[in-house]
Design a protein around this ligand. Structure first.
Ligand code: FES
Ligand code: FE2
Length: 351
């Protein structure tokens, strides 16, 4: 892919951060798609997000205070409510009536569900309100639950490389060579894929023996799994074994053009799996760390802006990702309905 394709998708929901990272009455300063964002959670629990720059003299609002209701800038004490409305300018004296709404700060739409906070990143040049068609994903079967395990990792790359790494079936034997994952022996795989909303789904299938090894301990019965991907970089893997279920939500959020945050969350129904949390966490850290390590090496070559070759069938999912992304941004630009470019088919690879 040439650099002209390196754009960030707008008018779409991105994973922002896990719910537990903002306590009531607290604020957190972050960067998403190169924009400084201040997230606050009011005392009643509602999360809101503002541009983290004071409209007066540009001091980050996060340098000030949040009293659970309003943010106060540390420089001249201007105050803003969680919707971004300017509510007070202390230096004004009687008779200096001022329309405070001229000093409002930009706010962002936020959704919180299942222990996750999502942010809607509108396109400043063509802002579209979030429509019900592309809502945040729901992790079926865990409606009222938060993930039991969350691991966040920064990747030093543009978002596309993190996404294509996530859906690359051919790298596992080379990058993830650890006993619990799989051996370096290549297995031939064939999987049916279908288009699904804003992405595609690898149809439910029994886990291959090497993968099954990983899940064998989670229940009786042969584990079956379904993996779906959707824009902008959301992967949901549902594995069932007997009547037990494990779900993995992995999200990819651009922090800037050169940094991407990958968040790995796990939900499970097994009451006893909690005892293995420290072990699971270290396995997941190792696993994500291996992906990050190869991405770091990839940066060495990418500096020279080479043309990258995609191979069939193992790179078809990556190709679909680029097609989906292009179609989404074109449909936004043309103000028309999104048309999923993915056609159902069987993909075969050795991996
Ligand atoms: S810079 Fe924020 S109040 Fe002046
Ligand atoms: Fe990987």
């Amino acid at each position: 892919m040439s650099n002209s394709q390196n754009f960030l998708l707008r008018n779409i929901w991105y994973y922002a951060l896990p719910s537990y990272q903002i306590k009531p009455g607290k604020m957190v300063s972050r960067t998403f798609l190169g924009e400084p964002v201040l997230l606050v959670r009011s005392q009643d629990g509602k999360v809101s997000a503002l541009r983290d720059i004071c409209p007066h003299r540009a001091v980050p609002l996060s340098c000030g205070r949040f009293d659970g209701q309003e943010v106060e800038c540390c420089y001249h004490g201007w105050r803003f409510d969680p919707a971004g409305r300017c509510t007070a300018i202390p230096s004004l004296v009687a008779g200096q009536e001022t329309d405070l709404s001229r000093f409002n700060v930009k706010s962002y739409e936020i959704r919180e569900a299942q222990g996750n906070i999502w942010i809607y990143m509108a396109d400043p040049d063509n802002p579209q309100p979030p429509d019900s068609e592309i809502e945040i994903p729901v992790i079926a079967g865990f409606e009222e639950r938060s993930p039991q395990l969350v691991e966040v990792m920064r990747f030093p790359c543009f978002v596309d490389h993190a996404v294509t790494g996530l859906m690359d079936p051919a790298h596992s034997p080379y990058v993830h060579q650890v006993w619990w994952w799989r051996s370096a022996k290549l297995n031939e795989e064939a999987r049916q894929f279908d288009p699904s909303p804003y992405g595609f789904t690898m149809r439910r299938h029994q886990l291959s023996p090497s993968m099954g090894k990983l899940y064998k301990f989670v229940g009786n019965g042969i584990p079956e799994t379904e993996i779906s991907f959707r824009l902008p970089g959301i992967r949901v893997e549902q594995t069932t074994s007997g009547n037990q279920r494990v779900c993995n939500l992995t999200t990819v959020t651009p922090i800037s053009d050169t940094e991407t945050e990958v968040t790995f969350t796990l939900y499970w129904t097994h009451s006893w799996l909690g005892g293995f949390k420290p072990l699971l966490r270290s396995l997941i850290r190792t696993f994500l760390g291996q992906d990050r390590m190869v991405v770091e090496k990839q940066q060495i070559g990418l500096k020279y802006n080479p043309i990258l070759r995609l191979i069939k069938d193992s790179d078809i999912q990556a190709q679909w990702y680029y097609q989906l992304k292009r179609e989404y941004s074109q449909s936004m630009a043309e103000g028309r309905e999104f048309q999923n470019p993915v056609k159902g088919q069987i993909l075969r690879w050795r991996g």
